[in-house]
Design a protein around this ligand. Structure first.
Ligand code: NDP
Length: 428
């Protein structure tokens, strides 16, 4: 296990960073080529992944550093287009590392498949009949996907819900939930295969008609949780005491917990950390996004995904728990060459471990944003890093990017218009 604490990594050039990683990981030639190539995803592979391919779309891949999670070191690959996300996550990870690191846990990995049945003459009788045949239906589901049971997973349980019993005929339905331990896969295709295979038997048993047979992305039986406890002395910054920062973060959390207008932005900041890891690992970020936002509404009002409070010692205590429908096999995770390399860097052994890493980055990202917001404001740190994108948007290339960006920061005028003027000036 090599350390994730690499002082000065941000000051190295890309070549030096790649070399350092290559030495640390002792990469195979194939993986080395992927890392060193600027077109990791070849057109032939891309053309087999989706339809109507005309090219590939690249994103920068950076490393979230300093992460210590359950006493294990993690260098966390993040694929993202927005500046300052990785710097902020790494900064908070360093603070939490000095406080002993993040602690995480996860529930069993049980995903849910849904079968919608309509048009039953007697919905209550249909429900009773399905429950009487529960063991048989679970057996049939496992027969449709036997490899999962061999891995220690498979369909484990089944439930029936009646929805809109007293409403119009279109809205009355019986919904079967099939609970499946998908092991290290996200499980969408696995579950869809299972629920589709059950449909004919379900129609016979319920005397109704089956329409939808599909995975639910509300993976509330596949939760991962990250926590941290930070002594206030580690939170102090120039101009702000640790207690002020702690109290500011708790007030900011309470704002998000009570107001959906704030909660959406607060949670977007959390997904700033989560999505880049989901993308880099070849997972389905739409699945994780939709599950996360639904979980943030589980008490009837959309609220904060994280909680922030203080303990008896006065330390800042943060927690993030989310459903995590992801895998380390399946989907693009073992198809996209860069994703395959990402697993070498990340060194996670199971989908559960990956889920715990992902929520940790979300928690760190949230604290990074809140700490900036309750002290200097978000723009000071962000705009400095954003200035390079602004310079490039105005047409700067090569050395000009840094020259224009530095000048705009020193003038506190980070605008495309100003960048254009500076490019003209420097070009003379
Ligand atoms: P796959 O269809 O690729 O299935 C994963 C495969 O990995 C299994 O079939 C299994 O094959 C193999 N495998 C190898 N080792 C393991 C292990 N340890 N644990 C479990 N499986 C293992 O992927 P998923 O079913 O996970 O589906 C994910 C994809 O589905 C994503 O691309 C997602 O975008 C997409 N999708 C998402 C939907 C949604 O979110 N609503 C809907 C439909 C699709 P074997 O057992 O044969 O060895």
């Amino acid at each position: 296990m090599t350390t994730s604490r690499i002082p000065g990594f941000y000051k190295m050039d890309v070549k030096e960073r790649r070399q350092l990683l290559d030495e640390q990981l002792d990469l195979t030639t194939e993986k080395k080529n992927t890392l060193y190539s600027n077109e990791a995803l070849d057109l032939e592979t891309a053309d087999k992944m989706i339809e109507n391919v005309i090219g590939t779309f690249q994103l920068p891949l950076g490393l979230g550093l300093n992460f210590l999670i359950n006493d294990k070191e993690y260098k966390i690959p993040m694929a993202v287009e927005e500046p300052s996300i990785i710097a902020s996550a790494s900064y908070i990870a360093k603070i939490v590392r000095d406080a002993g690191g993040f602690k995480t846990e996860a529930t069993d990995r049980v995903m849910i498949g849904q079968i919608q049945v309509v048009g039953c003459e007697d919905f209550n009788l249909a429900k009773k009949t399905i429950l009487e045949h529960k063991i048989e239906l679970i057996r049939l589901a496992n027969e449709a996907y036997p490899s999962l049971q061999k891995r220690g997973g498979g369909a484990e349980d089944l439930d029936v819900r009646l929805i809109n019993e007293t409403e119009s005929v279109y809205s009355q339905m019986l919904v079967i939930h099939l609970y499946v331990n998908t092991c290290d896969a996200m499980g969408a295709n696995i579950i869809n295969t299972m629920v589709e295979s059950l449909a004919p038997n379900v129609e016979v048993l319920t005397k109704g008609k089956v329409y939808l047979r599909i995975l639910s992305n509300y993976a509330d039986r596949s939760l991962a949780k990250a926590t941290c406890e930070i002594p206030t002395k580690l939170l102090a910054t120039e101009g702000f005491s640790g207690e002020e920062v702690r109290d500011g973060v708790i007030h900011a959390y309470e704002f998000a917990a009570s107001d959906p207008y704030r909660a959406v932005t607060h949670n977007k900041g959390i997904m700033n950390g989560i999505d880049p890891v989901i993308i880099a690992t070849g997972n389905d970020w739409r699945a994780v996004e939709s599950g996360a936002h639904a979980y943030a509404s589980r008490n009837g009002q959309y609220g904060s995904m994280t909680t922030w409070s203080k303990n008896e010692a006065g330390d800042l205590v943060g927690e993030l728990e989310l459903p995590m429908s992801l895998g380390i096999v399946g989907g693009a995770s073992r198809v996209h060459p860069m994703a395959k390399l990402v697993y070498d860097i990340l060194d996670v052994k199971s989908a559960s471990e990956l889920a715990q890493v992902v929520v940790t980055v979300g928690l760190a990202q949230n604290l990074g944003a809140l700490k900036a917001l309750v002290t200097d404001g978000i723009q000071k740190g962000h705009m400095g890093l954003h200035s390079r994108s602004v310079a490039m948007a105005a047409g700067a290339t090569g050395e000009m990017v840094d020259m224009v960006s530095k000048q705009m920061v020193s003038e506190n005028q980070i605008r495309v218009g100003r960048a254009t003027e500076l490019i003209k000036e420097y070009s003379k």
